[in-house]
Design a protein around this ligand. Structure first.
Ligand SMILES: [Zn+2]
Length: 234
């Protein structure tokens, strides 16, 4: 997973001189929040699937595909259902996993690390997959969260059209509020299909993004301990 890592600065991206086209091509996001309209969930999932199906059929038609072919017939419906119920289901707050905290005084002040969480997301600029591993750490304030919950939080934010920097920060911020601590770190190491299958067609490069807060931001020692656990370059 870690051929050529590009360490991106997740903060302070200067957008003033960048055109929208360049934003898309360079995979820079414009905000921490996923840009959603106020009425994003006014429609039911069923209606969304029906409408996306209709429009996706039209895209296939325009491409000249024969929709009467048995192999293609069901594709518009499958794609629509996959968008709404699976790969973009994390847009809808009703699908957000509830995080239950457990008291665990023995873990007080201890660093807890969950590494190699596989995730699949989609680039919001090309709608093609971004996939890789997430590594998460926090320093317990006496509360812990189930490991499967951390995994579910990662998957929830991954199931949106994303940019990797935003995804990393959304997971970090969610863990901060779920765990009631500032001491959270997230590192994501991912392949971007829009880099490997189009554009520059570099198949080996991965992109590494990081989020450090609290002790991880202030203390090199905490950061290094985490990086040692996941054995990435410091
Ligand atoms: Zn892309």
């Amino acid at each position: 997973m870690k051929q050529k890592g590009t360490l991106l600065n997740t903060m302070g991206i200067d957008l003033t001189r960048t055109s929208f086209d360049e934003i898309g091509e360079e995979h820079v996001g414009s905000s921490l929040e996923t840009p959603l309209r106020e009425d994003a969930f006014a429609m039911t999932d069923e209606l969304k699937i029906e409408l996306i199906e209709k429009h996706f059929r039209e895209i296939m038609n325009i491409l000249g595909l024969d929709l009467s072919d048995d192999s293609l017939k069901g594709t518009p419906h499958r794609v629509a259902k996959m968008y709404v119920k699976e790969v973009f289901s994390g847009l809808n707050p009703k699908n957000k996993p509830a995080a239950k905290l457990f008291e665990n005084k023995f873990k007080y002040n201890e660093m807890l690390v969950e590494k190699d969480i596989t995730f699949h997301s989609h680039c919001e600029h090309h709608f093609v997959p971004i996939y890789g591993k997430a590594h998460v750490a926090y320093i317990s304030n006496g509360h812990v969260i189930g490991l499967s919950k951390i995994n579910r939080i990662v998957q929830y934010y991954a199931k949106r059209p994303q940019v990797q920097e935003r995804l990393t920060m959304q997971i970090g911020n969610e863990l901060k509020s779920a765990l009631g601590t500032e001491d959270v770190a997230v590192i994501m190491d991912a392949y971007h299909m829009c880099v490997s299958s189009r554009g520059v067609q570099d198949t080996n490069s991965t992109t590494v993004t990081s989020f450090y807060s609290g002790k991880f931001e202030r203390e090199e020692q905490s950061r290094n301990e985490f990086l040692n656990y996941i054995s990435l370059e410091k």
